[in-house]
Design a protein around this ligand. Structure first.
Ligand code: NDP
Ligand code: OXD
Length: 336
């Protein structure tokens, strides 16, 4: 999640031109264009680590030709086309589906996703919390309380609990490792083969059915791409262990919403933790709000923090300036 500032209107006077953070010899021109994000915190974070960035904050942009680097989130279509001398665009989020959906995105520069250990730490915390919640059947007690009902449920031990992680990238592999260390029986699914110790690895579409079959807690940490949209569907749910739990922290578009409600009705899924949605904020009238088997979180599993992520971007700027490739370049053909 990219931390948002609710009361930060895009065209307000709070959009600061970064001249007071510049040094006299500054010559690296950066445009911070992150819709709905509190720019002030980012400007301070960059200023704390270096003084040679001249950061402008959208929409207050001077000469478009001077901009060398863009920091992006939630931009309107065609936004980045206006800057002819861009050398890279850094996404504030780990997910770049929004950025890549712009058909007018410059084609000849790297798009770089957010790869920050602190983001992975937070995601691992959230996923661990929710896996333990479902593993210990705490969702049942939440429902019981609303009915004044006292009934004890005995969960299996962690090493008998099969947790499946879809997506074994920066975030998924971190979660898989931590869950393994916590004692769960962990399996993971990715596009290409991986080596993660003591984790059962499945890769490619032809192993998806084997991966899912018998999973008791399924965590989705895939990026949204043309291939992965709608992957959390009836077909997949029907292969899970009966009464399985779902944790979706990838993107809302991974889930076929009506299929989840149907799987809950039919007992394929006992409980779900959802942090991402087709429409965010989730509309007030959405049926998920009133489904007792679903817990809703407003896209808060992991936050991109200015304190650490500014250093990630800064290091990548240095890499580019010294002729190296930045870390985290998106493969546009794959969409992540
Ligand atoms: P990465 O790009 O590092 O990892 C993506 C993983 O998904 C890789 O293991 C990749 O396989 C796998 N994958 C992609 N396409 C397929 C496919 N067709 N079949 C099987 N596996 C596939 O991403 P991150 O781990 O950094 O982030 C994952 C996602 O988490 C983001 O895209 C974003 O949507 C979401 N996110 C959510 C947040 C929240 O607060 N809810 C916060 C941050 C991110 P391979 O390794 O073989 O390439
Ligand atoms: C993020 C994301 O990093 O959801 O916030 O991609």
């Amino acid at each position: 999640m990219v931390a948002r500032c609710g009361a930060f209107p895009r065209h307000s006077g709070l959009c600061i031109r970064m001249t007071n953070y510049m040094t006299r010899n500054s010559n690296i021109e950066v445009l911070f264009a992150c819709e709905g994000v509190k720019a002030k915190d980012w400007l301070s974070a960059f200023a704390n680590i270096r003084g040679d960035l001249n950061i402008q904050v959208s929409p207050d942009v001077g000469a478009c030709e001077s901009i060398q680097f863009g920091v992006a989130w939630n931009n309107p279509r065609g936004f980045w086309r206006r800057f002819p001398n861009l050398r890279a665009i850094f996404s504030l989020g780990a997910g770049v589906d929004g950025l890549l959906s712009d058909p007018e995105l410059p084609v000849d520069i790297p798009i770089v996703r957010m790869l920050d250990g602190a983001l992975a730490d937070e995601m691992a915390e959230f996923v661990m919390a929710r896996v333990i919640h479902h593993h210990r059947l705490l969702h049942r007690y939440e429902v019981q309380q609303s009915k004044n009902s006292w009934s004890v449920h005995r969960p299996p031990m962690a090493n008998q609990r099969v947790v499946g992680i879809m997506g074994l990238g920066a975030l998924g592999s971190r979660c898989a490792n931590e869950l393994k260390q916590r004692g769960f029986h962990v399996r993971g699914w990715a596009r290409t083969c991986k080596e993660l110790s003591d984790i059962d690895i499945f890769y490619g579409w032809d192993r998806l059915a084997d991966f899912v079959t018998g999973c008791e807690i399924l965590v989705c940490l895939l990026p949204r791409t043309l291939e992965t949209e709608g992957i959390l569907s009836s077909r997949l749910f029907s292969r899970l262990a009966p009464g399985a739990c779902l944790i979706n922290v990838g993107r809302g578009a991974h889930l076929v919403e009506s299929d989840l409600l149907d799987a809950i009705d039919r007992g394929f899924i006992e409980a779900a933790t959802l942090d991402v949605f087709h429409d965010e904020p989730l509309p007030e009238t959405h049926p998920f709000w009133t489904c007792s088997a679903i817990r809703i979180f407003p896209h808060v599993a992991a936050f991109t923090r200015p304190e650490t992520a500014s250093k990630v971007i800064s290091d990548n700027i240095d890499r580019i300036l010294s002729g190296k490739s930045p870390v985290g370049v998106v493969e546009r053909v794959l969409g992540y």
